[in-house]
Design a binder for this molecule. Sequence first.
Ligand SMILES: Cc1cc2nc3c(=O)[nH]c(=O)nc-3n(C[C@H](O)[C@H](O)[C@H](O)COP(=O)(O)OP(=O)(O)OC[C@H]3O[C@@H](n4cnc5c(N)ncnc54)[C@H](O)[C@@H]3O)c2cc1C
Length: 558
Amino acid sequence: MSRFNYVIVGAGAAGCVLANRLTADPAITVLLVEAGADHAPGREHSSIRDPYPVSLAHPGLSWPQLTAEVGAELETDEPRLSRHYLQGLGVGGGSNIQGMVALRGLPQDYDEWRDLGATGWGWDEVLPYFRRVESDLDFDGPLHGRAGLIPIRRIHPADWAPFAKAFANCALARDYPLLQDLNADFRQGIGPMPMANLPDRRVSASMAYLNEAVRVRQNLTILANTHVDRIEMQGRRAVAVTARISGRPESLAGDEIVLSAGAIHSPAILMRSGIGPGQHLQQLGIEVVCDLSGVGQHLMNHVGMSIATYLPRHAVQPRTQRGLGQSYLQFSSGVEGAGIDVRLAAINRTAWHSLGRRIAALLIEVHKTHSRGEVRLRAADATIAPEVRFNLLADERDLARLVAVLQLCLEILSDERMNQLTDEFFLPNAALVQSMWRRNLWNRIRAYGIELAFRARPIRRRLLAQSKLDPRALLLDAEALRTLAMRRASPPHHVSSTCRMGRGSDRGAVVDPACRVLGIENLRVVDASIMPTLVRANTHIPVLMIAEKMADQISHGV
Ligand SMILES: Cc1cc2nc3c(=O)[nH]c(=O)nc-3n(C[C@H](O)[C@H](O)[C@H](O)COP(=O)(O)OP(=O)(O)OC[C@H]3O[C@@H](n4cnc5c(N)ncnc54)[C@H](O)[C@@H]3O)c2cc1C
C-alpha cells in the first residue's frame, strides 16, 4: 500500500470526524484503519439504527475480551473482578452502541482543562467546535449550532411519560426549576435530556461523518477488520503502523500517525510501541523508546448506580417514543462547593423487551469524579486485551457525592407524588439485565415470562424479596446508605484521560495542546484519552468536539 499523509488508527467517534474533515482537502490522503467491521451507509444492522440503545449486546460491535476491575476496595455483593467492559468495535466505534445522551459538560470543565495546561481548550475556545458538531433541532443562538452533522433533540416536558413526569413533579416541588436546555443552562434544575439521534434512528459518528458522499472521495481509504498492533518508529519518529490484515502483518506508512483508538486502546498501542512508563514496559520485555509515565495512567470514569420499579400498565412509555431520555435532574451535591456535579435520570423504559417497558429506573450518576485508575498491558502480545482498573470511589469525595445523590433519589422515591404511581422499589440484578440486552427470540420469551409473573403482586414480591429497597428506612440509616453506595457503585462507559493533555513540564502529561505525543515526532492522539480531566457529561459529544477542533488545527498546520 502507498504512503498516506495521515494514518488514523480507530474509526470510532473521533476517527470518523477526522477522516471526514481532513479529506475535505483533496490534496490530503488519509488511511482510516479499524479493527472491527465496516457498516455501509444505509445498510447498518437494524440494532445500530434503532434510536433505542439495543445494539450494545450485538455481537461484533464491542471488544469481546475486554474486562475491567471496578474497585478492589469496594464491599460488593456482585463479582467485581473481570467483568466484561463494553467498548465499541467497528466503524463508528462507541457511537454505534452508546446510549445517545448528548451533553457537553460545563464551561468550568473546559476552563479547568485550560488552567491545567491545555492552552486553547477553554470554554470560549471549544464552543465553536461544539456548535460545529451539532444541528440542534430545538434551540438556536450563540450557544448552539444548526448546521452540524449530529442532530440534537429533546422530548418536551408535556410529552414525558408518567414515571418521568412524576419524578419531575417531585423535583419541581423541591424548588428545582424547569430548565428547557441543559446544554445552555448550567444551573441546578430539571429538564429534558438532550439526545443525539432522530425520532426514528440513531445517528452514529459513522452515519454522520462517513456517509456515501464522503466515502466516494478518492483520497480516503477505509481499511476495516485490520488490527493495529504497534507503531513503527525510526528513533523517536513515527513512520508507520504494523497491522494484522487477515492474520498477516502489514506495514502501513504515513507522514503522520493519529491514534483514535479510544481511552483504553490508544494507550495500549502506545505502550506496545515502547512509549509509556519505562519500568512497566521493561517488565514486559518491550524496548523503551520514550519513557512517558502518564501513558495509561489517570484513567477517569464517572460512577453510577440505579434503582428500579415495576410500573402500573398506565405508566409505561408510549411505543411512539422510541428513546431513552426524558426528565433529567442536575444539581450540586454540595461536596467541595457549588457547581453541578451529580445527575439523576428518570428512565421510563429500561430495555427493548416487554419487561423493560414495565420497569422504570432512576439512574444515578456522579459526573464530577476524582478517583483515578489505570490501563496497563498484560503482555507485549497485541492479541491480549489490556488490563483496566477503575478504582471507583477510591477518592472519598466521589463516595460523598454518590451518597448525596442517592439520598436525594431516595427522598424522591418516598415522595407522595411518586408513590401515587409506584411504591415498590428494588435493586436491579445486573447479571440478569445484561444477559437480556441482546435482542433475540430467547430473550423476548424470557422477558415475557418474567413480566407475566410480575403482574401478580404476591409473585412479584416473592421474586424481588432479596433486592427490595425501602427508601424511607434507608434515609434514617446513614451507615446503610453508605454501604449501599459502595456495594452498588458501577462504572458507566465514559473512559478518559489515559493520554492526557498538558504542559511539557507536567510529568503526567502525554500530549501537548495540539495532541502531539510529547517527545515523539509525527504522532498524535485524538480521542477521549486526551481529556486533561473528565468533563461533567457523557463523553460522546465532547469527543466529537475534540476531533472537530483537532481537524481544524491540523488543516491549519498546527
Ligand atoms: C455502552 C456505551 C454507552 C455509552 N453511552 C453514551 C451516551 O449515552 N452518551 C455519550 O455521550 N457517550 C456515551 N458513551 C461514550 C462514547 O461512546 C465514547 O465517549 C466515544 O465513543 C469515545 O470516542 P473515541 O473516539 O474516543 O473512541 P471509540 O468511539 O471507542 O473508538 C475507538 C475505535 O478504535 C478502534 N480500535 C481500538 N483499538 C484498535 C486497534 N488496535 N486497531 C484498529 N482499531 C482499533 C475501536 O474498534 C473503535 O472503533 C457510551 C459508550 C459505551 C461503550
